[in-house]
Design a protein around this ligand. Sequence first.
Ligand SMILES: [Ca+2]
Ligand SMILES: [Ca+2]
Length: 146
Amino acid sequence: MLRHRLATLALSSVLVPLAIFAAAPAQAATAGATAQAVTTQDTSCAGGDLCFWQNDDKGGAKGRVSGNNAAWSWARSGCPDGTWNNCASSIQNNGNSCSVKVYDNSGYSGHVLTLTRGTYISSLSGYWITFPVDSWDNDIQSNKWC
Ligand SMILES: [Ca+2]
Ligand SMILES: [Ca+2]
């Protein structure tokens, strides 16, 4: 009988430290970091370029040209026609020396909007081809310098 009690005591003296271990307060699970989507908006416009953006205020994708282009047919997802034709909503002439003309049709035809060197238009919807039904927003299709 005494022998049995000693054995029980010996066992409990082993179990007690284990129980203390298990009852130790848990560490804080995580540091609380949250993943955040980072979108880098390209609002730059290098010297010599005519830059344009899908949306107002240099929003959305940026396009750029440095020469004359009879059609802005380069593919661009998210544009009404799937190309840069009829897509630009803001535009900047950062050319090196002269004005640039943009046209509402391909082949330098149709109506003309002249952007003097250094001009930035944050919203082409404020520039009218035919007031008040047709603005320059989503209408440019070609460009020519000087
Ligand atoms: Ca647009
Ligand atoms: Ca057009």
